[in-house]
Design a protein around this ligand. Structure first.
Ligand code: HEM
Length: 452
C-alpha cells in the first residue's frame, strides 16, 4: 500500500485509525530492511571463533561470552552495551509494567494467540520467510516454540531484579539476541551457497531492524490497542500503557533494536499503526502457518483444546473478515461466535472486577505470576534458547496434513469444554440481565401505580 494522506481514515486487520504527519512513511522505514544488529552479529562471530579455537567445546554461547568478554574487544563492547542501563530506564516504572503483564493474563494469552500470532507473525512476509526456515513453526513443534516464547516473557516480567544486568530475564534476553544473530548468520551462509535460498532483496537481511521494531510492537503495543480492547471496554489507563511500553523499550534495547520509536506512548502507537499499513501482506506461506497453528490448538489436551470454529470466530472477531478471508480461515457457525462472545464478556467482567476491587486484583496478579513461573519457567523441558531449528537448503515448514479435517461435520458439532463453559456463562449473564430488566420494569409499574 502507498502512504496514506494525513487525515485519511485507514482500516486494516479490523482496526481503524486516522493517518497523521507523525506516522512513518514507507520510505522512512524501508532502509531498516537492510540493517540489522551488527554488534550482536560481530559478537556471535567472535564467540564461534573462540569455540573453534578452544579445547573445551562448550556449546553455550552465553557461557563463552561471559568467560571471554574481558579478553576480546568485540565481546567487551557487546557485554558493556547489554550491561549499561540507559538513563531513561526507571525501575519503578518497569516494575509496574511487569505487574501489568499478569493483570489481564487470560485475555492477553488469547489475544496474543489470535492476533499476535495469526494477524502479525504470520502475515509479515519477511518475518514468515525466516520462521518457516527454522522449522519450529511446524504444527508438531509449534506448541513447544510458543511455550519457549512465553517462558521468555515470564522471565522478563518476573521482577525488576530479573531484568537488571545479570538477572535471569536479562541473561535470557541476551541469549535470545545471540540466537537471532545465529539464525541470521546461518541463513546468510546458505545464501552464499545458494543465492536463491532467501531473497534478501525483497525481504531484507534475515531478522532485520525493521522486523525487530515490528516484533517489539507486537509484544507491547498490540496488546494495548489490537487485543485487549477487542474483548470489551477493558479499563486501560494511560499510565498502565506507558509502563508496559517502557518494559519493552528496555527489552528492545537489550536485543539490539532501536528504542526511539517507543519513547512515548504516542510514538509507539504511530509506529504500530505505520507497520500495520506497510508490512501486513498475507501470502500462501501465511496460510500454511495459520493452518499449522489451527492443527496445534485443536489438538491440545482438554480443557485447553478449542475447536477450529472457536479459533475462526475469535480470529474474525479480532482481525476482521477481510484478513481472515485472505488467510482462508473458515466462516464458523453462530454457536462459535456466541461462545467467543461469552469469553469476551467473561474477560471484561474479570478485568472490571480487578479494577474495582484492588484486593482481588492483587490476588490475581500474584496467582498468575506464581503459577506461570512454576508451570512454565520451572518446567523440566525449559529452554536455554539454544539454536535448535537449524535452517537447511530444501527444508521449510510445510502445511500440516490433517486426516481428521472434514470429519468434524460427520461427527456433528465439534466443540471444546472451555467453549461450552463460555456458552453457559453467556447464557447465565443473559438470564441475569433479562431477570433484572423484568424486575426493574415491575418495580417501575408498582411505583407509578402507587403514585396514582
Ligand atoms: C526484537 C524483538 C524480538 C523478540 C523479543 C524475540 C523473542 C524471541 C524469543 C523469546 C525466542 C526464543 C523462543 C522461540 O524459539 O520462539 C526467539 C526465537 C526466534 N526468533 Fe525472535 N524475537 C524478536 C524478533 C524476531 C524477528 C524480527 C525474527 C525474524 C524475522 C525472529 C525470529 C526468531 C527465530 C527464527 C527464532 C528461533 C530460533 C531457533 O530457536 O532456532 N525474532 N525470539
Amino acid at each position: 500500500m502507498s502512504n496514506p494522506q494525513p487525515g485519511e481514515k485507514v482500516t486494516t486487520c479490523g482496526y481503524s485509525f486516522t493517518w497523521t504527519e507523525d506516522h512513518l512513511s514507507k520510505e522512512e522505514l524501508e532502509p531498516f530492511r537492510q540493517q540489522y544488529d551488527e554488534l550482536g552479529a560481530a559478537a556471535l562471530e567472535r564467540i564461534q571463533a573462540i569455540r573453534q579455537e578452544s579445547q573445551n567445546k562448550s556449546t553455550d554461547v552465553y557461557e563463552i561470552l561471559r568467560d571471554n568478554h574481558e579478553n576480546d574487544p568485540v565481546l567487551t563492547r557487546f557485554w558493556d552495551e547489554v550491561h549499561t542501563v540507559p538513563s531513561w530506564v526507571d525501575w519503578d516504572q518497569i516494575a509496574r509494567g511487569q505487574q501489568f503483564f499478569y493483570r489481564y493474563a487470560v485475555a492477553s494469552v488469547v489475544g496474543f494467540a489470535l492476533q499476535g500470532f495469526m494477524a502479525e507473525n504470520a502475515v509479515v512476509p519477511s518475518v514468515v520467510e525466516v520462521l518457516v526456515r527454522t522449522g519450529g513453526y511446524s504444527s508438531r513443534m509449534l506448541l513447544g516454540r510458543l511455550l519457549e516464547t512465553v517462558q521468555w516473557i515470564i522471565q522478563v516480567t518476573h521482577s525488576a531484579v530479573s531484568i537488571k544486568p545479570d538477572g535471569e530475564g536479562h541473561i535470557a534476553t541476551v541469549r535470545v539476541r545471540l540466537l537471532h544473530a545465529t539464525v541470521r548468520h546461518r541463513i546468510l551462509q546458505l545464501c552464499q551457497q545458494r543465492p536463491d535460498y532467501f531473497d534478501t532483496e525483497t525481504y531484507g537481511i534475515p531478522v532485520n531492524t525493521l522486523n525487530s521494531i515490528h516484533s517489539i510492537c507486537m509484544f507491547c503495543c498490540n496488546r494495548m490497542w489490537l487485543q485487549l480492547p477487542k474483548f470489551g471496554p477493558t479499563p486501560l489507563g494511560q499510565r498502565q500503557i506507558a509502563d508496559y511500553i517502557a518494559v519493552f523499550r528496555y527489552l528492545g534495547y537489550l536485543v539490539g533494536t532501536p528504542t526511539g520509536y517507543f519513547e512515548t506512548v504516542e510514538k509507539a502507537k504511530c509506529t504500530m499503526e505505520s507497520l500495520m499499513v506497510h508490512e501486513v501482506r498475507p501470502t500462501e506461506t501465511s496460510r500454511v502457518m495459520v493452518d499449522n497453528f489451527l492443527a496445534c490448538v485443536t489438538n491440545l489436551p482438554s480443557p485447553f483444546r478449542v475447536s477450529s470454529g472457536f479459533v475462526a470466530a475469535g480470529g474474525r472477531w479480532i482481525n476482521g473478515d477481510k484478513l481472515c478471508d485472505e488467510l482462508a480461515l473458515e466462516r464458523p457457525g453462530v454457536v462459535y461466535y456466541l461462545s467467543f462472545v461469552g469469553f469476551c464478556v467473561f474477560a471484561t467482567a474479570l478485568a472490571w472486577a480487578q479494577k474495582l476491587i484492588p484486593g482481588f486484583d492483587a490476588v490475581m496478579v500474584n496467582f498468575f505470576r506464581k503459577q506461570l513461573y512454576n508451570g512454565i519457567v520451572q518446567r523440566k523441558s525449559r529452554t536455554r534458547f539454544d539454536f535448535k531449528y537449524v535452517p537447511q537448503v530444501g527444508k521449510k515448514t510445510g502445511k500440516v496434513v490433517d486426516d481428521s479435517k472434514g470429519q468434524a461435520s460427520s461427527r456433528g458439532l465439534d466443540i471444546g469444554l472451555a467453549e461450552i463453559i463460555f456458552l453457559v456463562f453467556l447464557g447465565g449473564c443473559l438470564f441475569i440481565v433479562v431477570r433484572a430488566a423484568i424486575w426493574a420494569h415491575a418495580g417501575y409499574r408498582w411505583l407509578t401505580a402507587c403514585h396514582l
